[in-house]
Design a protein around this ligand. Structure first.
Ligand SMILES: *Cc1c(COP(=O)(O)O)cnc(C)c1O
Length: 364
């Protein structure tokens, strides 16, 4: 059968290997497997969320509230924006899908960082758009601007902090950049790890409200999958000018968020103590990774997230190292498909990290 010609160009997203797969492939007991590959919260999720969700479990027969008013109101209060400035997606991934479909087509160009979140490219290819990339590893906004001037992309993606490298853009520089972009270019500020960045260094904090007040061409993305510990519930959101949100709504399938997920996210947003604790633990444990890298004489990128990127030495091939770790039940992310000889490791619990240091020092 022949498919849409754009399909040839699309590669599957390579998700972090699930624990179940390692059990089957290597015959390792699930209890001996540690997954530090998808930047999930190692502390799980808030107990309040678990209690709240179990209370409404009997509501499963009914379709969810498609207005999503409880979660939208909670987000609008949290960020001090209007309800009409918010859209909820099945993960912020789905919001990325909506906005590319709403804004771009096969004649469009989409600009992104040389190394960044893989889903931007995959969704761009859905519509056959041309992908433009900068050359530097970190976001270089001067280079972004230069390419913007020459190529007139219809969408610009800025991921801050960036996945899979963990570095973040200075908020003042970001705003200076946005002021120079014309109002018909959609700029996406993906803040999937913003809850971490703002604690480590407030100069990296980008507030959705500031974006919405100043720009009608910028959308901020956030997710419950990382700091909130709800990766399995699939809830993310976009915050933007109401005119953008209205367009995105045209592409939203009805009931795209389940009743249980809506409840989980709404409660999670209210449990700030859980998030704060997670973030503090994260940076305490991250110090151990910095020490480990020093001991091993490998480079570590200064990270504003819940993962670290270890840039290996030339005699240490990242795909080989990741495979050797996998055979011992330690799942990390090899970044060779991003053109880096590096591995990305999610900062886990104290015990998980200790195990990583033990195995990695044997292997390296
Ligand atoms: C994890 C992540 C997302 C979205 O995750 P969802 O689970 O779909 O909400 C978006 N952007 C970046 C950079 C991420 O790392």
């Amino acid at each position: 059968m022949n498919f849409n010609s754009k399909m040839k160009d699309i590669k599957n997203y390579e998700a972090g290997k699930p624990i179940e797969l390692v059990v089957r492939e290597f015959g390792i007991e699930p209890k001996d497997i540690i997954k530090l590959a998808s930047n999930e919260n190692p502390n799980g999720c808030s107990k309040k969320v678990q209690d709240g969700v179990s209370k409404i479990i009997s509501k499963m027969a009914l379709y969810p509230d498609d207005s999503m008013i409880a979660l939208k109101s909670a987000l609008s209060k949290r960020f001090d924006v209007g309800v009409s400035n918010v859209i909820i997606g099945s993960g912020s991934d789905q919001v990325i899908e909506f906005l590319i479909h709403a804004k771009a087509n096969s004649e469009s160009k989409i600009l992104m960082n040389s190394i960044t979140f893989a889903m931007y490219e995959i969704y761009a290819k859905h519509v056959g758009a041309e992908i433009l990339r900068t050359s530097s590893q970190e976001h270089d906004l001067d280079e972004f601007y230069k390419i913007y001037k020459e190529e007139k992309p219809s969408i610009i993606f800025l991921c801050t902090p960036n996945n899979p490298t963990g570095d973040a853009i200075e908020a003042t520089k970001l705003f200076e950049f946005l002021k120079k972009i014309d109002s018909d270019t959609l700029v996406v500020v993906d803040g999937a790890y913003m809850e971490y960045a703002l604690v480590k260094d407030s100069s990296k904090e980008v507030k959705p409200k500031d974006l919405v007040e100043e720009f009608d061409n910028v959308i901020y993305l956030g997710t419950f999958s990382k700091a909130y510990g709800l990766g399995g519930m699939r809830v993310g959101y976009g915050v933007a000018d109401a005119k953008i949100i209205k367009e995105l709504y045209k592409l939203r399938p009805p009931f795209n968020i389940t009743t249980l997920s809506l409840e989980a996210a709404t409660i999670a947003l209210g449990d700030e103590e859980f998030v704060n604790k997670s973030v503090v633990n994260n940076f305490n444990e991250m110090k151990r990774y910095e020490e480990f890298a020093k001991e091993q004489k490998i480079d570590i990128i200064n990270s504003y997230t819940n993962f670290v990127t270890l840039c290996l030495n030339p005699n240490q091939i990242s795909s080989v190292i990741a495979d050797l770790l996998l055979k011992k039940g330690m799942i990390v992310r090899d970044l060779s498909s991003y053109g880096m000889n590096a591995i990305r490791v999610t900062v886990g619990t104290q015990e998980q990290n200790s195990r990583f240091f033990e195995l990695a020092s044997e292997i390296l």
